[in-house]
Design a protein around this ligand. Structure first.
Ligand SMILES: [Zn+2]
Length: 132
């Protein structure tokens, strides 16, 4: 993982370019205790009595399913349009995907706002994370 401090032109060899931070599961769990919570959700949208029937009569899905509260949901809750990609081991990259986005004034403003948000939450500034 190459870490750059400034905007670079997208090279075709890079397949990953986000403006954000690299962090770990432990840090996320400490700062956001519910980021990895398991959620119970309905298995399908059909209507039936889920207190007595384990499976849907129409489509056969379980009445309820367990969903791991994943880090994508967590990242999206930080700011619209940001992503988190699991890296090796327990590393996560939280930021805004700038791989194919033109650097408009709007994007620049979003990056600045995101940087401020990340600094408030994680105590570190964002940088450009590029994987080549
Ligand atoms: Zn169903």
């Amino acid at each position: 993982m190459k870490i750059r401090q400034q905007f670079v032109s997208n090279s075709s060899s890079s397949n990953f370019c986000i403006f954000g931070i690299e962090t770990t599961t432990d840090v996320i769990k400490t700062l956001f205790p519910h980021a990895f919570d398991t959620k119970i959700m309905v298995g399908c949208n059909h209507k039936f009595d889920r207190t007595t029937q384990k499976f849907c009569g129409e489509c056969g899905q379980s009445a309820y399913k367990e969903c791991q509260g994943n880090v994508h949901t967590f990242a999206n809750s930080l700011m619209d349009g940001c992503i988190a990609k699991p890296g090796y081991y327990d590393e996560y990259f939280i930021g805004i995907d700038v791989q194919s986005k033109p650097l408009t004034k709007e994007l620049q403003q979003n990056l600045e706002a995101f940087d401020t948000l990340i600094e408030q939450k994680f105590g570190q500034r964002c940088c450009f994370l590029i994987k080549e």
